[in-house]
Design a protein around this ligand. Structure first.
Ligand code: NAD
Length: 278
């Protein structure tokens, strides 16, 4: 018996990172998963879809840009055609956006981050909620970030969208609650993945400092080995922050997607090893 037996989950941004971990975990718990990414379809099929199928999971892959309404609607229609319904929506896609001081940003840079991170979450939610209302059941999981609680500079577009996701989630929860649908946000901490290497690389480039990707990866390995829960608050005592894993976040998403989480809604939940404690 899987915890999501008989359920259908639509998860965005699954080529790597949290989306990949959630796709694999949800499928292993019995859900049929419809997964998308903006990368070429063959990559998503090869790196994620084929692995799920090899374990006898049910998976539908699509190349979808979540900021494009026609593509989102087509993905939702194909999912319902293939699996009959959608019970769970995970709005995972989020780009890091530009690394700059606010007054150096261009309007197109600002707008693209809004279109993908907020627009994509809005479009997927708009397309899926009518099906959830029809069946009087649904679980919506949005992706915020601990950046809005433990901020760092040069990323106002990203942080604006991630704070926006919390506001979106709270109001949405009030609107869909009467239809037995929950809406929650997860705020991940640092998993030390490729995306985090890219963020550090962009910061170094912006500051005109040298950057070594392999050294950054090694530093993450060291953090994983030496990190302690809440280490961020203990640096004066020689501790380093503990990294989370992609699977830590996937496990939280699994719980929020399950029947057992039916009374939890409108929340923003940190999975950060104590790097954010509110
Ligand atoms: N990694 C972190 O440190 C971190 C921390 C806090 C929050 N988050 C959030 O968690 C979510 C996932 O992060 P991740 O680390 O797994 O990211 P990631 O960059 O590793 O993966 C995101 C995936 O989304 C895809 N994607 C990008 N734009 C897209 C679009 N327009 N349409 C469809 N797919 C698109 C990418 O190709 C990629 O495969 C994001 O919302 C991110 O903001 C990440």
């Amino acid at each position: 018996m899987g915890r999501l037996d008989g359920r259908v989950a639509l998860i965005t941004g699954c080529r790597r990172g949290f989306g990949k971990a959630m796709a694999e975990l949800f499928a292993s718990e019995g859900a049929a998963v419809s997964i998308c990414d903006i990368v070429p379809l063959e990559e998503l099929r090869r790196d994620v879809g084929a692995k799920i199928e090899a374990k006898r999971g049910k998976v539908l892959c699509s190349q979808t840009d979540v900021s494009d309404e026609a593509q989102v609607n087509s993905m939702v229609e194909s999912t319902i055609d293939e699996f009959g319904t959608i019970d769970i929506l995970v709005n995972n896609v989020g780009i890091g956006g530009p690394t700059k001081k606010t007054w150096e940003l261009t309007l197109p840079e600002w707008n693209r981050t809004m279109e993908v991170n907020l627009g994509g979450t809005f479009l997927c939610t708009k397309a899926v909620v009518p099906e959830m209302i029809r069946k009087n059941y649904g679980r919506i999981i949005n992706f915020s970030s601990t950046i809005v609680k433990s901020p760092y500079p040069y990323r106002t577009p990203y942080a604006t969208t991630k704070m926006g996701i919390i506001g979106f989630t709270r109001i949405l929860a009030l609107e869909v609650g009467r239809h037995n649908i929950t809406a929650n946000a997860i705020c991940p901490g640092n998993p030390g993945g490729e995306r985090n290497v890219e963020v550090l690389r962009d910061l170094a480039a912006y500051l005109g400092e040298p950057f070594d990707s392999d050294a950054a990866r090694e530093r993450f390995v060291e953090m994983r080995e030496r990190g302690v829960l809440g280490g961020k608050y203990l640096v004066g005592e020689g501790y380093v922050e503990a990294l989370i894993s992609h699977m830590d976040v996937a496990q939280m998403a699994l719980f929020l997607a399950s029947d057992e989480a039916g009374s939890i809604t409108g929340q923003d939940i940190n999975v950060s090893a104590g790097a954010s404690i509110w």
